[in-house]
Structure formats: C-alpha cells, structure tokens
Design a protein around this ligand. Structure first.
Ligand SMILES: Nc1nc2c(ncn2[C@@H]2O[C@H](COP(=O)(O)OP(=O)(O)O)[C@@H](O)[C@H]2O)c(=O)[nH]1
Ligand SMILES: [Mg+2]
Length: 442
C-alpha cells in the first residue's frame, strides 16, 4: 500500500549532512501519499509534522532512521488512532452508516458475530428498505452466526423509522442492537435525512447508548475526506470507522482520509467477504501492513523505551526535586536496575538498603506518580518540607498507606545522594561516568 514509503525509508542511510537526505525523504513520502490518494491538505499536514520531528535530535542509542520511522508511525496513528480497539459494549445501539456497497451489511453481521463471541446477545435491525433483497441478504449471511435479524420484507422506504422502532422493541432484551442502514451511491439530501432520523430515533429510546460507526471501503480514494466529514456532520459525530476491503488492492489512502474527515479512529477492519474476515484495529499491526514493514513492532519498542537525552541532561544538572526524581527513576529503570547502577558508583553500596526501597517496578512507579501528584507544588520542589502530618494528608489524597509515602521519601533521599555523587568530577572520570557520557552526551 504505502510500500514505496518503506523503500524510501530503507534507502535513507546517511549519518552526516542528513538535512538534505531528510528533506529528500520527506518529498518521497509526500509523493507516495499523493499517489495513494491521500487528500492533499492532509499530505501537507502529515509531512510538515514528520519534518518537524525528523529535524529533532534522536534519543540516545536511536539512529536517525529509526527516529524518522517512529515519527512516521506517530503521525499516521495520530490520524488512524493510537489505541488498540477497546470497544466497551454497554447496552448499545450501534448504527452503521456509509455509502451503498461500502460493506455495511457485511460488517453488521461480522460485528454481530464478534460481539456474540464475547458472550453478549445481539440482534440486527435491517433498515435498508431501498433494496428489495436487502433483508434476505442480511438474514442469509447472519444465519451463520448466533445473531438474530429483524426486518420487514416488503415495507416501503418511508416506513424506516417504524421498522427501526419495532426492531429495537423486538430486541429489548438483547445486550446490543446493530442497525444496518441503506446507502446510496452518493450522500444526497434524502440519505442524510434518513440517517439523521435513524440516529435521532435510536437516541430517543431510553437506556441505550447510541454509537455511530462509519463504514468505509479502503479503496474509496480522494473523495473519502469530504464524504466522511459530511457523515460526521449529519450524525453529530462518528465514534469509529470500520474500514472494509482492506484485503484488496486498497491503497490505504482512503483509510487515512476517512479517519481524518470523520475525526474518528479505526475500530475494525474488514479483510475479506467471510464472517471471520474481521479484525480489531491494532495501530502497530495496521501501520506495519500499510507500510509493508514487518519489523515495526520491535523498532517502536526500542525508540519508545530509549532515554531522552535532553531530559537526562537536565536531570543531571539541576537540583533533584520530586518532579525530576520521577523522571530519574524512569530513566534508571530503562538503564537497568537501581542496585546495578549503585554498584557502579564508587563508595556507594546498596547492601544496607531495604529491598522495597530499591524497587522500580512498573506498579511502584504508578503508585509514586499518584503520590507525587497529591503533593503541593511547594512540597514537590522542596520535599524536605514533608513532615508527618503532610505525609498523612498525601497518603489520604493518593489512596496509599503512610508507609508508602515514607518509602518514596527514603528513595528520594537515596537518589539525591546518588545524583550528587554522579555530578562530581571524580565520578564522571569513572566507569559509569564514561558510560553515561557516551550515551547521554554529558
Ligand atoms: N473483499 C472484501 N469484500 C467485502 C468486504 N466487505 C464487504 N465486501 C463485499 O462488498 C460488497 C458490498 O457489501 P455490502 O455489505 O452488501 O455493502 P452495503 O451496501 O454497504 O451493505 C459485497 O459483495 C461484499 O461481499 C471486505 O472486507 N473484503
Ligand atoms: Mg447493505
């Protein structure tokens, strides 16, 4: 799809004089996005942001190329969605909107099948009264699943809201109701009116949330942005985009433009005509596929786990307070364990320090974050102010025990001592100092 971007990235290999090379790469990315039918204003927005990020200094241990690939990923997922699909199905009515042939009916059955696999009961209401065979098509496809279908075979199109209301009542006991709607080849006034009335009528039903998913074919091309924008306006907001036909020669540009126009992330992807050709959106997997880069996962982990040089420098220079302390702990975790670092500092030993004070696990960091955010600004900048009554207040505010707050203060004092040691000239000449210089540019 965007595989030409991958080629351009793989050719990008210059260490020095890389401003020119970066600029050439950005041009190449632009060309390929345009070729993939991405809306031109979006192309400029994307490339402007990628350029801005690309010109920054990479994190410690990260090559310029890895840095740029990460920037491309960040930009694409800013539009497509940064989160893995986490739909909480909670007494919802899900309305599927989209053009004729975009894959709404297919998606409604696939989605129903997906939902029933989560042990939720689901019914589909057919409100497509335009195509004579719509109800039959839906029933036939849904017969392969546990989902029930409600519809009226010969109802006239002006009866859409009656059928919808009957359907919602019919499925009152179901956990989820999916509403399959009619489409037209263009989003004309009549279709707008119908869609709006379906959404309004669904909302008028008590105790159900109404979720609107826009169904877009991946090969939709340049029209996607405006079309998705129009659907968004009429619906009063789109909750997610279901991208269909991503198995075909879809260029991916339609995916980007649809999400951009709808101002909504991708939630599901259709990758074929069968019931199970349906996937939850996963940003890394999806972007890997779009760019044709199988190894993206490892690279992103590496970049995101790397140490930010500027953060590190600031930390080593300034006086340690609770704000810099938290960053320091996170960086220590990235470099290895606290005890390992201590063992490398001359005259420092972790032998007499309780184990829990050495702990920099993820859970611990999370807890510390809550504790620190319960401190006042003054306390954060000068932790020595924190006496017993303040400890009690902070513990209460962050929902932890007073012993947890005390432990954090203990760790703070220890790291402060360590930092002082590391800032001294004699230390910087030592083994760890040399290592930190090499990675941190001190
Ligand atoms: N290859 C492929 N075909 C699909 C996919 N989703 C839908 N289709 C096909 O696209 C055509 C239109 O789908 P349909 O659900 O009837 O669209 P609707 O008019 O929006 O309801 C049908 O032939 C489907 O089998 C998909 O993810 N991949
Ligand atoms: Mg249909």
């Amino acid at each position: 799809m965007f595989s030409k971007i991958k080629d351009a990235l793989s050719k990008f290999n210059l260490g020095i004089g890389d401003k020119k090379a970066t600029e050439a790469l950005i041009k190449e990315i632009q060309r390929n996005l345009i070729r993939a039918d991405v809306d031109i204003s979006l192309v400029f927005e994307l490339s402007k942001n990628i350029r801005k990020e690309a010109m920054k200094k990479p994190k410690t241990g990260i090559t310029k190329k890895e840095h740029i690939i990460n920037a491309v990923y960040e930009e694409l997922t800013r539009i497509l969605g940064k989160e893995k699909e986490t739909v909480s199905f909670n007494k919802d009515i899900i309305v599927l909107a989209g053009l004729y042939g975009s894959g709404k009916t297919t998606a409604s059955v696939k989605l129903a099948n997906y939902i029933s696999r989560k042990n939720l009961s689901v019914g589909i209401v057919c409100t497509d009264l335009d195509r004579p065979a719509a109800y039959e098509q839906l029933s036939q496809f849904a017969s392969k699943t546990k989902a029930e279908v409600f519809g009226e075979k010969d109802a006239k199109r002006n009866k859409v809201i009656d059928v919808l209301n009957e359907g919602i009542d019919h499925f009152a006991k179901k956990d989820i109701i999916i509403v399959d709607t009619a489409g037209r080849s263009s989003f004309d006034d009549e279709l707008k009116k119908e869609l709006k009335s379906i959404i309004d009528a669904s909302k008028a039903k008590a105790n159900k949330n109404v979720v609107v998913y826009l169904v877009c074919s991946g090969d939709i091309g340049k029209a996607a942005k405006n079309l998705a924008g129009a659907f968004k306006d009429v619906s009063g907001g789109i909750d997610g985009v279901i991208l269909t036909k991503m198995d075909s020669s879809a260029k991916g540009g339609g995916a980007l433009s649809s999400c951009y126009g709808a101002e909504a992330p991708v939630v599901f992807i259709g990758v074929g005509e069968k019931i199970n050709d349906f996937e939850e959106y996963d940003p890394v997997r999806f972007t890997s596929r779009l760019l044709g880069m199988g190894d993206l996962h490892g690279l992103l982990e590496k970049v995101q786990g790397a140490i930010d040089q500027e953060e590190m420098e600031a930390m080593m220079e300034g006086e340690l307070n609770m704000e810099t302390f938290y960053l320091q702990l996170k960086n220590i975790k990235k470099m290895g364990s606290l005890s390992k670092m201590m063992s490398m500092i001359p005259g420092f030993s972790s032998a007499n320090i309780p184990k829990n004070v050495m702990d920099t696990s993820e859970d611990k960091l999370k807890m510390y974050e809550a504790v620190i955010s319960s401190m006042t600004k003054k306390e954060r900048l000068d932790p020595e102010l924190i006496d017993r009554s303040r400890i009690e207040r902070i513990a209460k505010g962050s929902g932890v025990r007073t012993s947890d707050v005390k432990e954090l203060l203990k760790q703070f004092r220890m790291i402060k001592k360590m930092t002082k040691k590391m800032q001294s000239k004699s230390f910087m000449k030592g083994k760890l100092g040399t290592m930190m210089k090499s990675i941190g540019g001190f």
